[in-house]
Design a protein around this ligand. Sequence first.
Ligand SMILES: Cc1cc2nc3c(=O)[nH]c(=O)nc-3n(C[C@H](O)[C@H](O)[C@H](O)COP(=O)(O)OP(=O)(O)OC[C@H]3O[C@@H](n4cnc5c(N)ncnc54)[C@H](O)[C@@H]3O)c2cc1C
Length: 450
Amino acid sequence: MTQWTMKELSGWGRFPTTRSECALLEARADAREMLEARDGHAILAHGMGRSYGDAALLERGRVLLTSGLDEILGFDPETGWLECEAGVTLSELIERFLPRGFFPPVLPGTQFVSVGGAIGCNIHGKNHHVDGCFGDHVRAIDLLVASGEIVRCSREVHPELFWATVGGMGLTGVILSAQIQLYRVDSPAIEVETVRVENLDHFFEESSKSKDFTHVVSWIDTVKRGKAMGRGVMMRGRHAGSDASFDAGGVDRLASMLGKIADGKNFESNAWLNRFTITAFNEAYFRKERKGTHASTSHFAPFFFPLDAVQNWNYVYGPRGFLQYQFVVPSRDAVRAALEEVTRSGQFSFLSVIKEFGDQDHGGLSFPCEGITLAMDFPNTGAALMRLFERLDDLVLEAGGRVYMGKDARLSRPKMRAMYPEWVRWKEVRDEWDPERVFQSDLGIRLGLV
Ligand SMILES: Cc1cc2nc3c(=O)[nH]c(=O)nc-3n(C[C@H](O)[C@H](O)[C@H](O)COP(=O)(O)OP(=O)(O)OC[C@H]3O[C@@H](n4cnc5c(N)ncnc54)[C@H](O)[C@@H]3O)c2cc1C
């Protein structure tokens, strides 16, 4: 008998927050019964809640928490093929398989995401230019669809359902398990080069010199104007050989500065977060980096997940939460224009990250496509921030780019439709498998996807 309990839920940005009836999905065998127990309500899978906005929320419906689906179902140490349940997190995969010499194919900026969430948002990592998205490394998915059937879909069997589910934001059904390719690595160490980037032109110059590195990402100061606009710190690396040992590399610096900021803060207020403190943090982080290019060897954790070092980092922004604006555009001029817009706006992003994606586009609702992606974290200041986002939407749209739905809480329906023209075909597939609109989310309702 399924127990539904009212719970407060939010994404990582803690905006918006909702109250929904939730139940923990503890075994794949219970999934069908739980779908029936929804009593006519719409339903949605919720993984680790690390999407930022309302992608994993459903206020007027019921939410299935997938963290109980935590079993590894099979692993072939010859090939690296893994089959696991959808609630297994990437941190658990690292913990279990790194000692055996295997690593997940794509990692976001936190390891606390579930396999179901990684597929639902078709996440990208620092290696997108080499390895594409998470979905590129998934062979098959077992999906609970609206009829109550569990359908195995892959590139060969029900390929249209497979590709609508990869990046499908949970709107095609509940992923119960998946087959994923893990990759061989020789060590937990990463050989890193840290480059102090003096401005946006310098970023593009260094980025084009980074093709031999499998993993590249840059912190960028989105407060600084003028000649130094776009300054930052690029970190590029590759998995080290078996004889590597770690040294104190530049990549630990960000984690340790964020730790000091969070330490002792009163999370009941975000009064300490203002233009002066955000400007001072960006200045201090840039200044701590030595000029030029420096090599080091880092443990994988601070390189991949600097924010994970600070527990509940998202509470630092106070009770109103924060919003991330992440977009991708094909042109450098559009990035420059976006930075100019932000630096003029009176809104301040605390932490921002920039990266060049590789030449790949899955279509459907998947976010990555060839171009430059910029992600900025803004404290929630209400209407003024929304006005900035609207202006950025127009700029991104005009440049032929798009906003990442996994980070979104406010994009409008017409703009989403213009950014993702393939939503029409995606929706045809979804409607075929879910004609009664069983699977919904607050994001899906807002954007007219369900
Ligand atoms: C610090 C930080 C850094 C990040 N960096 C990146 C990054 O570099 N690249 C990137 O792409 N993303 C990044 N993200 C976003 C994050 O990787 C994605 O939002 C991911 O989907 C979160 O996984 P989750 O398990 O928390 O899913 P949730 O947030 O719970 O859900 C996300 C979506 O997946 C769906 N979903 C979840 N489980 C299932 C399931 N079993 N079946 C069907 N649908 C399901 C949900 O319905 C929802 O639509 C970052 C997030 C944080 C907090």
